[in-house]
Design a protein around this ligand. Sequence first.
Ligand SMILES: [Fe+2]
Ligand SMILES: [Fe+2]
Length: 475
Amino acid sequence: MSGINYSDKIPNNVNLSEDRVLQRALEHWQPNYLNWWQTMGPENSQTADVYLRTAVSVKPDGWAHFDYVKMPDYRWGIFLTPRDGERKAHFGDNIGKDVWQEVPGEHRANLRRIIVTQGDTEPASVEQQRHLGLTAPSLYDLRNLFQVNVEEGRHLWAMVYLLHRYFGRDGREEGDALLQRNSGSEDSPRILGAFNEKTPDWLAFYMFTYFTDRDGKFQLCALAESCFDPLARTTRFMLTEEAHHMFVGESGVSRIVQRTAEVMNQLKTDDPATLRAAGVIDLPTIQRYLNFHFSVTIDLFGADQSSNAAMYYSAGLKGRFEEGKRTDDHQLKNDAYRILSVADGQLREIEVPMLNALNEVLRDDYIRDAASGVARWNKVLEKHGIEFRLRIPHKAFNRKIGALADVRVSPEGQVLTEEQWRLHQHEWLATDEDRAFVASLMGQVTVPGKFANWIAPPVIGINRQPVDFEYVRFN
Ligand SMILES: [Fe+2]
Ligand SMILES: [Fe+2]
């Protein structure tokens, strides 16, 4: 079960060849997927040989195989963590009962919606990042971008497999629609707001992979608890890939911060204009990018109070982050949770039934996790003797979803008038001018071992290769 069959047209470890109907449906979808990849995937990349990892087994120790691959030939396929016959529901109303191997009728519409919403984010991020290859700061970074892209493509495959296998005709229609919506499109945008934003430059890319791929981690962790066992096993394997995406983001921002700190020390200045003239990104600009990506991403967790979230949990469709490690009753019917709300224009903590606040619980878990990487970026500044610290903005800052969308709040958490917000917004969120400056630094570097001036080289290469390894060969 854990071995992957690569002799099939579609690599898989789900015995696809034994289900002819399903195999035919997926083989019908496959050329549409490849067509989407050619038209919406990484620009100008189709003939390059890229040093990529491909899954060869879903066992924890042996799944990653590295070699040069042309991306359109990447072996996208269907990999599930092997079935554990003992698995029981461990939260919600079905606690202690066997998990489901098929979709229960009463949960069909909700499970389909959960899978479609997750699936929609995967190709969306590939679309958002499709121009970045043209301005990669090094071959090492270019390879990392492409690795993230092919794996997001595989995540789409994972969700489409579930739709085809378990949801019949409407599942197949949803699979087609996942290739028809496009990030930022006027007529048929992607489902979630953050996935219609642009990722126009590499600072945005690293912030996106640090913050927004981390949203992916938390959503996948919650789905990995699901009583719908195929969903749990699919998302479990996706999580192994997600870790690399967040590494790309964390190390990318860290290397930018490091380079800026080096130049600050060389020139003995923290003046943004001087630093920009020296070709590095000043720390206040990095902070404004951070504020934007953080606030847009925490909106993805949804409304702070949600009866859907309560129902998803009680029904066993979606658990909490690390559900199994928690020591409460895993039903939460008598529990309360404190959330931020707005009363008379002020922020106020209120206590609400925990079941209704599960979006907020997941958001708070996310915020704690996201803060730890920011602390590591600050270590870089500390090491260089620089006092400036990057900070995660207040939870209520720049929100568009939930109760906090009704107030204007500064990054420090101070409630503002509309006028105050208007006057100071440019200090807090990346401006057109910031983005134009960052864009002006972007230019493709294709010499092995060379890096753009605004980013420090990584400490080590990929798969123990040297930093100056030829990670991408153009043909
Ligand atoms: Fe993904
Ligand atoms: Fe990802």
